[in-house]
Every structure is written in C-alpha cells, then in structure tokens.
Ligand binder design. Structure first.
Ligand SMILES: Nc1ncnc2c1ncn2[C@@H]1O[C@H](COP(=O)(O)OP(=O)(O)OP(=O)(O)O)[C@@H](O)[C@H]1O
Length: 375
C-alpha cells in the first residue's frame, strides 16, 4: 500500500488542506521550522500509531487545542499502467484521532472504529530513517528488538497478539517476583504461560531473521565494502537455547527475586552484530555503522517486498548524516523495491543527483508555514 492522500487537523503547524502524494517518491523541502518533519510525523501516526520523534501525543497537538486528527487514503501499488477500472474496494481510509484531555484515541479503518493499532499498521508499513536510526547499531538491544519486531509484525500475523499476551504475563510475573513473600506456586503458573508464549514468539522471530539474513546477504553480495567478510549477525532469543526457558528461570530464581523483574525470555532478545568477533558498536567507525544501518533497513524493505508488501519509507533530515553516494544507493534500492518514499531537505533537491540511473516518478513539494505546494 502507498499513502496517496493525507489530511490533518490541529497537527503541529500543519494546514488542514488535503495533500495528494506520489506512490513512488515525494520530495519535501523548506526552511527550518516550516513543517517538513511534521508531515512525515503525521504519516508515521497512521502506520505506527505514535510519533517517531516524541513519546507524548500532546506534543503534536496544535498549541492551545485539545484534539488532533490524521486521516489518510492508502492504495495498493500496481506495476505498469494503472488498471482501467480501479475499485473503491482497493482503497482504505485510515483515521487516527486523539483527545489530549481525556487521553482517548479513536482509530478508524474505512469508516469503522477499530480497537487495535495493528489494523492501521498492517495497511501502511512505515519505516523511518532519521538521525536517530543509527541507534539500531550503536544503541542497546531494545533498539534492535524493535527493529526486528517491526518485520515480524508485518510478516507473521499472529505476532502482535502473542507479544501483547507476553507483555501481560511478564508484568504479572514481575509483580509476583516483587511481592514480599514469594508465592512459588503462582510464580510457576506464570513461568508456564511465559515459556509457552516465549517459544511461539521465538519461532516467529527466528523465521523472520532467516528471511532477513537472506535479504541482507544478497545485498552485501552486490556492494563493495571491505568489512563484508568478518560481519556476523546472530539472533539471541533472550536465554541460552541449549536449555529450556523453564530451566533457565528455575536456576535464576534468586537472582530474579533480588532484581524484582524478569531477566530471561523474549523481552531480552537481541540481534547481535559482530565484526571479527567483537560488537560492531565497538569496532565500526560512525560512517561504517551508518552504512550498516542503511543496508539493514533496505534488507527489511526487501523482506516485505518479497511478500508483496510495499513499505513507506520516511527519510527525515538525513542529508547531514549520509553522504551523496549513500543517499544515491539508498534511493536507488528503494526505487528498485517499489517502495513509497518521503524525503525532507532544507535545500530544493536536485532529482538528477538523487538517483543513479532512471529518475522515477516523483512529486516535489515546497513546505512553507505548514502548507505544502506542489511544484
Ligand atoms: N504543537 C505544536 N503546535 C503548533 N506549532 C508547533 C507545534 N509543535 C511544533 N510546532 C511548530 O511547527 C513547526 C514545524 O516544525 P518541524 O519540525 O516540522 O519543521 P521542519 O520543517 O522539519 O524543520 P527543520 O528543518 O528545522 O527540521 C515549527 O515551527 C514548530 O515551532
């Protein structure tokens, strides 16, 4: 799916005028503070249910207002000429509204209220590449887990509900661990449920890691980098798989009671990146880390593209982070994968510098005071 129409109400400084986008590339440029990132942030709300810049919904609601909405129309992208008759059924209308005072979120798909964010997220897989993205390599395991789980969510339909159940059981288990007098019987009940969910989550993650590694390897085969050979990417499920999770939990009971929370299980999973046996974060230069993250993001797009799903990439403010060669490589690959892409920049972009070979269909927008004018 690609986002073809966007309309917001009381979202940061954005005007309420509807905007029509290209299913391919959209280039947004404008001065600092004009509203470019806010456009990408609004798109992100439809695919992620939150801002990719800040955790509080309140921050995006126009100052002095109590409610904001984001509305979008998504449509599958067909290769070649558009079909003669496009059916209304091909489109989906997505809506996200948040009342700040009541802390209530209203989600709608095709006019119907839906309960979970996944109904929206499935229709618009959004992947963000902004200056913070490099934390996937440089940051802790949580960043990589989030990165991995984004693909798992889009590939394995049962994952969202499994993960939700696992979060609930983990929180009950943590409460029991923290309880002054340990209820060993109750803890065993939670352990049993936790271990079952952990198995299913780990299976789902492992199968997606296999697809991801395949895509990543084929990408590495195409490019020339001196570090390709020594690089290893291993999935750590959150405990030593030579033992069952139940065994691990039983043998670390005292430690977990002392800490008051769950120390082993899928909530500790990681995608371990090593170069010649050492963590990449310790050995790679900043530039090498950036290249690696970009390749990982492209590989993630490949995994979904191979399953017939189109990813919408939001490239926010990356000119200062990536040199022209890397930007071109990224744009070229995303074009080949038929991804929808939004790129922001301060200067008016020069499309001929963005792509190596063909210049795809694109739309260019000048952003001024929260208003987009197409050029
Ligand atoms: N809640 C809000 N209500 C009203 N205006 C806001 C709100 N939050 C931010 N703004 C304003 O909206 C404008 C848009 O900011 P945004 O970050 O989207 O700009 P940008 O074009 O991406 O800028 P830069 O190039 O500096 O990153 C800014 O001028 C900011 O002061």
């Amino acid at each position: 799916m690609a986002l073809l129409k966007l309309q917001t109400d009381q979202f940061r400084n954005l005007s309420a005028d509807p905007v029509t986008f290209s299913p391919s590339f959209n280039l947004l440029y404008g001065e600092n503070g004009s509203g470019k990132s806010s456009v990408l942030e609004a798109i992100g709300y439809l695919g992620l249910g939150r801002s990719f810049r800040i955790s509080r919904h309140q921050a995006v609601c126009r100052h002095g207002q109590n409610r904001f909405t984001v509305f979008g129309v998504v449509q599958p992208v067909v290769d070649g000429p558009a079909p003669e008759h496009s059916h209304a059924g091909d489109h989906h209308r997505l809506g996200f509204a948040r009342n700040i005072q009541d802390k209530e979120t209203l989600l709608r798909v095709d006019g119907e209220t839906v309960r979970g964010l996944s109904a929206l997220a499935r229709l618009l897989p959004v992947s963000v590449i902004d200056p913070g993205v490099f934390e996937i390599v440089a940051g802790g395991p949580g960043q990589r887990r989030q990165f991995l789980d984004w693909s798992v969510f889009h590939v394995e339909p049962s994952f969202a509900s499994l993960w939700q159940q696992c979060q609930r059981v983990t929180s009950q288990r943590n409460q029991t661990l923290r309880n002054g007098r340990l209820d060993e019987h109750l803890l065993r009940v939670w352990d049993g449920q936790f271990a079952l969910l952990a198995e299913r989550i780990t299976e789902a993650r492992q199968s997606v890691v296999a697809l991801f590694q395949q895509a990543f390897q084929s990408l590495l085969d195409e490019i020339e980098t001196p570090w390709v050979d020594g690089l290893k990417m291993d999935f750590y499920p959150g405990w030593d798989r030579k033992l069952s999770l139940l065994e691990v939990l039983a043998s670390h009971r005292d430690q977990e009671v002392r800490m008051g929370h769950t120390l082993y299980g899928p909530n500790r999973a990681d995608l371990r990146l090593r170069y010649q046996g050492r963590p990449v974060a310790e050995t790679f230069s900043r530039g090498q880390q950036k290249t690696l993250v970009i390749l990982m993001k492209i590989a993630q797009g490949m995994v979904l593209a191979n399953l017939g799903k189109q990813v919408t990439f939001l490239l926010d403010d990356i000119n200062a982070e990536l040199d022209a060669e890397h930007r071109a490589m990224l744009a070229q690959k995303l074009y080949e994968l038929r991804c929808q892409v939004f790129v922001t920049s301060i200067e008016r972009p020069q499309p001929e510098l963005l792509w190596r070979d063909t210049i795809p269909d694109f739309r260019m927008f000048h952003v001024e005071h929260g208003r987009l004018s197409e050029e």
